[in-house]
Design a protein around this ligand. Structure first.
Ligand code: ADP
Length: 762
C-alpha cells in the first residue's frame, strides 16, 4: 500500500481531499528505524505527528524501564499532543522491528486544520479527550530535565540546516556571527572597527584561523557590504549565494516597554523601535540603520530584533520605578529598563542545564562583569531586578562608567565647574569607572599588573569595583530571599579568578563558599560551565562564558517560528475581570464550613462560586466577604488583587495559578472555623482560557505566552499573557480588578490575540 492509500484509510486523514493530501505529503518525510532503535526519547520536544507506515513500535512510560504502555502498528498515530503542547515527551518509543514512519510537520497540520473543518473536528475530539487526562507539571519538568538541549541552545529543535546571521551595529563598529543550525558551532565571527575613518579594520575569526584586513570604510552600508563579500568568499561559510541566509538576528539595545521578547521586524515593529530611540539615542539609531540596510541587502530573509532590555521587562514595578514624580514615568518613560538581557538569559539557561534543575524552580544571581557591568536577580526564569537603569550608566563600577553616584554630584559639577550636560555625560560615561579611579586603564588585566607593583590608584579601582559587586550581591540576596547559584560571566567574570575571589570573600554567611583552587584553575571554553564552589556550599558558584550571539541566534530562530505559527484565526475574546477570591481544598472547605456539600451562586468574574464567603486575615489587615471559587483544588490558593494585597499587608508574587512555592500564607476564616495556610497567596498572572478547538483553530499551544490588543478606546497591547488550553472551557481573558482599572477595561470589553511571544518553561 502506498502512502497515499494508507492516509486515505486512516482516520482523520481520510477526510482530506486530494490537494490537501498532496500538500501534507510534500511536507512530510518517511523516516526509517532499525529494530531496537529509539524513535523518541523521554524529554524530546515533540514537533511532529507520526504515522506508522510499516513495522511496529512500543511506547514506554518513564517510571519503569520495561513498562510497556502499548504497542503501535501500521496506521497508528503518535505525537498528536505536540499540536497543542510542543512539550517534551514523557514517553519513550522504541522500534520493535524494522519500521518506516511518516513524520508529518506540525506546521502543515496546523495549516490544514485552519482550512478544513472536517479535519478539525475529529482532531479536536482526540485531543480534547487526551487533554482531560493531562499530566501535571512535575512530570513535564522531569521530562524536560532529561533533554540534553531543553532550551535549544544547540538548535536541536530543527532538523534543517538554517543559516542565521547575527549582527550588532554600533556607532563605529559592526560585529557579526554566522550560525548553521545543523552544526553546533559558530561558523565564524567578524568585527569591523573604526567605521568612518581611513583606518578601518576588518577582523575575522573562522575555523581556518584569524585574519585582519585594513581598509577604508565610510559608513554602516559599506561595512555591511564588506561583511557580505567576506561571507560569500569564505569557504568556511559554505554559502555561495547570500540569499541562503534565511534569518538575521539584529541586536537592538533598547526595546522600551514595548518589547518583552524578540520580534520579527515588520514595518510596524520598525516604527516602534524608532520610537524607543529617544531612550537610547546613542545606540538605537545605529541598530536601525543596520536593520534597514540588511533588509535591503537580504529582502527574502526574516529579520528579527533581539532587545537588550527585553529580558528585564519581567521586573516588578517596585524594582523598575524610580522614586520621582509619576508623570515623568508616564509621559517620558523614565524608569529602569536594564541591559545585557540576552546574556543574563543565556547564562541562566546554561546554569539550569548544568545543575539539571528546571529554570522555573531556581533563584539565580548573574554577574555580567565585562567592560559594561551589570548584575541580575533571576527568579522563575525571569529578571526580577537588575543593576543598570534607564541607561547603562546605573549600578556597578565599569570600565569607564561610574555606576551609582549621588545625582547631586551632577548639579554640583554643573554649578561649581560650569560644566555642560555633555561634559558631565562624558565624565560619567567615558572618564570614570576603573579608568577614572586608577587614572591608568579600563582593563582589569592592566590594573592587576600595576596594583602588584604598588600603584595606589589601581588598587583603589579594583577594591571599589569588587566591593560594589559584593554589595549588590547582598542586596539581591535580600531581593530573592535565597539563591541557588551565583554566576560569573563576561570578560572579567570569566577570566579573573582574583576578582571572583575578592567578590566572594565575606559572603560565606550567605552560604557562598568558594573552592579557591577550582577558582584559580577555572578556564571555561565557550559552551562549558565550571563550578568553583566547595562541595558543601549551599549556593553554587558557576563560571559561564558569555555567548550573546548564540542567544540572539536562538531567539531569532524562535521568533521566526512563533511568527509562522498560530494567529490564523482572529476573533474577539471577552475580558473577565476577577475579584479577589479563594480556591479551597476539600478538607479546608470542611474545616471552614463544616460540610462539603455546598450550594453555588453566580459571582461576576468567576465561573462558579460557592454561596459561602470567607474572611482573609493577613499580617496588616483583613478583608471580608471574599468569594470562594466553585470547584475544589488540591491545595488552597488565594488570588488577590494588588489593592487587597496591600490591605492584607502581604507581598504576594505574580504567579500562574497552582504555582505556589515560596508564596506567603495567611488565615482564612469561615462560618464554622478557620485555617491558617503557610503558603498560597498570589496575584495571578493574566491568562487566557481557551478550548482545545479554538486553540487548534488559532494555532495556539497550551502555555504559549501571547500579547493581546484591547478592543476598547485605549486600544492598548497587554503583554505576557499565558494561554491555558482546557478541553471544554469558554474563551476568556482573565485579569484582576486593579489591572482592569488601570487599563480602563470594563466588563463586556473584548481583546484579540496579537502575537505569540514565547512559551512557558522553554
Ligand atoms: P564587553 O562588555 O565590551 O563585551 P568583555 O566582556 O569582552 O567586554 O570584557 C572586556 C573586559 O574584560 C576587558 O576590558 C578586561 O577588563 C576584562 N578581561 C579580559 N580578560 C581578562 C583577564 N584574563 N583577567 C582580567 N580581566 C580580563
Amino acid at each position: 500500500m502506498g502512502i497515499n492509500e494508507l492516509l486515505k484509510s486512516v482516520h482523520p486523514f481520510s477526510v482530506l481531499n486530494a490537494k490537501e493530501l498532496e500538500k501534507l505529503l510534500s511536507e512530510s518525510r518517511v523516516v526509517e528505524f532499525r529494530e531496537g532503535e529509539s524513535v523518541m526519547r523521554i524529554g524530546d520536544i515533540q514537533r511532529h505527528l507520526y504515522l506508522i507506515y510499516d513495522g511496529s513500535v512500543r511506547v514506554m512510560s518513564d517510571g519503569d524501564e520495561n513498562a510497556s504502555i502499548k504497542t503501535l502498528k501500521r496506521g497508528d498515530i503518535f505525537g498528536e499532543m505536540s499540536l497543542l503542547t510542543g512539550e517534551p515527551s514523557i514517553y519513550k518509543i522504541i522500534a520493535l522491528n524494522e519500521c518506516r514512519i511518516i513524520r508529518i510537520s506540525e506546521k502543515i497540520l496546523s495549516f490544514i486544520i485552519g482550512e478544513n473543518e472536517k479535519f478539525l473536528n475529529p482532531v479536536n475530539d482526540v485531543l480534547s479527550s487526551l487533554f482531560r487526562e493531562r499530566h501535571d507539571d512535575t512530570r513535564l519538568l522531569t521530562a524536560l530535565s532529561l533533554n540534553n538541549d531543553p532550551y535549544d541552545l544547540a538548535f536541536t529543535s530543527t532538523d534543517d540546516s538554517i543559516k542565521i546571521l547575527v549582527i550588532n551595529t554600533g556607532s563605529s563598529s559592526l560585529k557579526y556571527s554566522l550560525f548553521d543550525t545543523s552544526k553546533n558551532i559558530t561558523l565564524f565571527t567578524g568585527l569591523i572597527e573604526n567605521i568612518g575613518s581611513a583606518e578601518s579594520v576588518h577582523k575575522t575569526d573562522t575555523r581556518e584561523g584569524k585574519e585582519e584586513r585594513h581598509l577604508k570604510i565610510d559608513g554602516i552600508g559599506e561595512a555591511l557590504s564588506e561583511m557580505v563579500s567576506f561571507i560569500k568568499e569564505s569557504p568556511v561559510s559554505g554559502i555561495g549565494d547570500i540569499s541562503e541566509i534565511s534569518a538575521v538576528g539584529h541586536r537592538v539595545v533598547h526595546g522600551g516597554e514595548k518589547f518583552s521578547g524578540s520580534v520579527v521586524l515588520t514595518d510596524d515593529v520598525i516604527t516602534s523601535v524608532k520610537e524607543c530611540s529617544e531612550l537610547a539615542p546613542l545606540h538605537n539609531p545605529y541598530n536601525l540603520a543596520g536593520i534597514e540596510e540588511m533588509r535591503r541587502l537580504l529582502p527574502s530573509a526574516l529579520h528579527v530584533a533581539v532587545f537588550d532590555t527585553a529580558f528585564h521587562q519581567s521586573m516588578p514595578e517596585r524594582a523598575f520605578k524610580y522614586a520621582i514624580p509619576g508623570e515623568l514615568y508616564e509621559k517620558q518613560q523614565i524608569r529602569r529598563y536594564g541591559f545585557h538581557g540576552s546574556n543574563h538569559k543565556f547564562v541562566c539557561l546554561r546554569a539550569s542545564m548544568f545543575l539539571k534543575r528546571p529554570l522555573h524552580s531556581m533563584k539565580l544571581i548573574s554577574c555580567h562583569l565585562g567592560n559594561g557591568v551589570s548584575l541580575c536577580a533571576i527568579e522563575r526564569g525571569g529578571s526580577v531586578d537588575t543593576s543598570m537603569g534607564m541607561t547603562p550608566l546605573e549600578g556597578l563600577v565599569m570600565g569607564t562608567r561610574s555606576g551609582d553616584i549621588d545625582p547631586g554630584i551632577v548639579f554640583h559639577l554643573m554649578r561649581t565647574l560650569n560644566m555642560s550636560p555633555d561634559d558631565v555625560d562624558k565624565i560619567l560615561n567615558k572618564k570614570s569607572g576603573l579608568l577614572g579611579v586608577s587614572g591608568k586603564s579600563n582593563d582589569m588585566r592592566e590594573l592587576f599588573k600595576s596594583a602588584l607593583e604598588g600603584d595606589i590608584g589601581s588598587k583603589s579601582a579594583i577594591n571599589i569595583f569588587c566591593y560594589r559587586v559584593r554589595k549588590y550581591i547582598g542586596s539581591y540576596m535580600a531581593v530573592l530571599g535565597d539563591a541557588d547559584a551565583l554566576i560569573f560571566t563576561a570578560g572579567i567574570g570569566e577570566n579573573s579568578s582574583e576578582v571572583r575571589a575578592r567578590i566572594c570573600n565575606g559572603l560565606e554567611s550567605f552560604g557562598i563558599h568558594m573552592d579557591h583552587r577550582a577558582n584559580r584553575n577555572a578556564r571555561p571554553q565557550k559552551g562549558e560551565v565550571i563550578d568553583i564552589s566547595k562541595s558543601d556550599s549551599k549556593i553554587r558558584i558557576l563560571v559561564i562564558p558569555a555567548d550573546e550571539e548564540r542567544m540572539i541566534a536562538r531567539e531569532t530562530l524562535h521568533a521566526a517560528r512563533m511568527a509562522g505559527a498560530g494567529h490564523r484565526t482572529a476573533g474577539s475574546i471577552p475580558f473577565v475581570v476577577q475579584p479577589s477570591h479563594v480556591h479551597l481544598s476539600r478538607s479546608d472547605f470542611t474545616t471552614l464550613f463544616g460540610n462539603n456539600d455546598a450550594g453555588k451562586l453566580p459571582v461576576a468574574g468567576l465561573q462558579t462560586a460557592f454561596k459561602e464567603r470567607v474572611r482573609l486575615i493577613g499580617p496588616g489587615g483583613e478583608i471580608d466577604e471574599v468569594a470562594v471559587s466553585g470547584s475544589f483544588r488540591d491545595k488552597t490558593q488565594v488570588e488577590v488583587s494588588s489593592t487587597d494585597e496591600f490591605r492584607l499587608g502581604i507581598m504576594a508574587p505574580l504567579r500562574d495559578a497552582g504555582d505556589l512555592e515560596g508564596t506567603p500564607g495567611l488565615t482564612i476564616e469561615g462560618s464554622k472555623g478557620a485555617v491558617k495556610i503557610k503558603r498560597g497567596v498570589i496575584r495571578v498572572r493574566k491568562h487566557i482560557h481557551i478550548s482545545v478547538k479554538e486553540a487548534l483553530m488559532r494555532g495556539l499551544k497550551d502555555r504559549d505566552i501571547v500579547t493581546v490588543r484591547t478592543e476598547n478606546d485605549k486600544n492598548s497591547i497587554l503583554g505576557d499573557i499565558l494561554v491555558k488550553v482546557w478541553s471544554d472551557s469558554v474563551s476568556a481573558i482573565h485579569i484582576d480588578k486593579d489591572e482592569a482599572l488601570a487599563l480602563n477595561i470594563k466588563r463586556g470589553d473584548t481583546g484579540d490575540i496579537e502575537s505569540i511571544r514565547s512559551r512557558l518553561y522553554m
